[in-house]
Structures are given as C-alpha cells and as structure tokens.
Design a protein around this ligand. Sequence first.
Ligand SMILES: C[S@@+](CC[C@H](N)C(=O)[O-])C[C@H]1O[C@@H](n2cnc3c(N)ncnc32)[C@H](O)[C@@H]1O
Length: 278
Amino acid sequence: MVYENKRVEEMNYFELIAWLGIGSSHPGGFPATKLNLDAIQVTPEEYVLDAGCGSGLTACHLAKTVGCKIAGVDISPQMIEKARLRAEKEGVSHLVEFCVSDVYDLPFNDNHFDLVIAESITVFLDKVKVYLEFFRILKPEGRVADLEMALLKELPANLRHQMEQCFGFGTNPLSFEEWHNALEQAGFQDVEIKNTQALKDNGNVVMNELKKDWLLIKDLTTKIKRQPNLLPRLQKNAGFMKKNRSYFGFGLIYGRKPTLKKLGFKDWVWQVLFRRKA
Ligand SMILES: C[S@@+](CC[C@H](N)C(=O)[O-])C[C@H]1O[C@@H](n2cnc3c(N)ncnc32)[C@H](O)[C@@H]1O
C-alpha cells in the first residue's frame, strides 16, 4: 500500500486521513451527517452520488438505512480501497459502488443522479467549478447537499496560514453568503443553507462516534505505536480548530437543479459559452 511506509510528517492532510481511513472527517462529524440526512429525506428510489466519499461511511450508512443506490467517488485510491472493504464487510456492496475519480471531471453522463451529497471537499477546491460539474450530472429537479465549513468572520492572515499548515494549501472556507452565491452561480435554484451551526466544543460526542468506526480503529493502536508523530499531528489540527473556533461554523449548502425548460436563444448562447446543460 502506497502510504504504509510513509512517515506521518511527510504526509499531506489528505494522505493522512486516507491512511487512517477516517470515516467522518468533516465539521460536526457523523452527528452532523445524521442531522443533514434527516433534513434532506433521501428516498429508496433516488440514485445518489457521494462526491469525495472518503472511506465510505456516509455512503454505506445511506445504503443500510434507506436502501437507495449510491456511487461514491474519491481522488484517493487508498480511500476507495477502504470504502470498498467497508461496503463488503457491512453487506451493502450490491447497493454501493466506489470508484477513483476527480470531482472536477466525473465519469458519469449528464442528467444521471437524483442527489449529490458532499462532505468537506468543496472547501479545498474551486467551488463554482465543482458545482458546475454536480449540475451537469444531476437530473433536472435533482438536488445537491454539501456539508462545508464556513467562516463566521474574517480570518486574519496569520490564522489563515496556520489553517493551511494544518489542512493543506488552498483550504478556503467561505462565509455562508458566499457559499450560497457559489451554488447559485453554478445554476442551482431554491438555494438555502440548512442546519447552520457554530463549531462547538463537542469533541466527546464526535470522539464517541469515531470509536464506533471499525475501519478507523481496527489498526489505530498499531499505527500510533509505529508512528510517534501521529498523535501530535492530530492534536495540532484539533488544537487549531479548538483555539480558533469562534471564526468557524458549518452548514449544509443545499439547492436544486431547475426543471428542463425549452431553450430561448439567450439561454442557448449562455449554455454554448459556458458548456452548461439545462
Ligand atoms: C476531508 S475529506 C472528507 C471525506 C468524506 N467526505 C468525509 O466526510 O469523511 C476530503 C476528501 O476529498 C477527497 N478529494 C480531494 N480532492 C478531490 C478531488 N478533486 N476529487 C475527488 N475527491 C477529492 C480526498 O481524497 C478526501 O477523501
């Protein structure tokens, strides 16, 4: 396996969480996932994409609780390998399919999915570019639900630098208003931010959920023993968020692709220019 011999101090943030196989590496952890799934009410008939699915915890949970069909994509082969193992062990391989893919260029036809969910991935990427790709692969009336970190007030340059040291260069949470605008810019309508929360010090709740994730904990002790810098690295990230939590919140950026309509000349020109499908 690619990262098994890499030192923790050489891993970037994505490599670190892929090596650990963390199932809920997003703000609010798995409790936030469950709250959001309650709010969006996925039905068994819907075909769902989990974009940036990580080790597949949310996708497998959806398969088990709702019984819908799900595709999960992630750019990390190691995450996808773990997600497949999870689906197999949890008996949902018949409902969930995982593949390595870049969310900027998804291997699916236009108008393919009923719902795209994403959790803590757009924050690291070009938001409108990702949302345009979600727009393309969603059916008319299809929904997007993206759980992301938001800035509650301006982040001073020194803290932005520290944040990038913890989570990678380019980590860029927007204000709730900017998130809203990004989804609208990509063509979504009825945009709203659901379940907004300030970043609470609810480490214990999130930790209790992490302890239930067998894929994460199965060889965690060995990893901690072999790599003495693992705990300090995790503590540095958690410490940054704890110390500066007044700057951060999170919420579910939610919208719907408009109904297919007959194109007017102006719309046609717009779509040809921006390669956007209605
Ligand atoms: C913070 S993790 C979140 C994973 C998962 N959604 C969760 O909540 O646990 C971000 C994930 O996005 C993936 N990722 C980053 N850039 C990507 C891209 N361009 N296309 C697909 N996945 C990407 C990373 O490999 C990582 O698994």
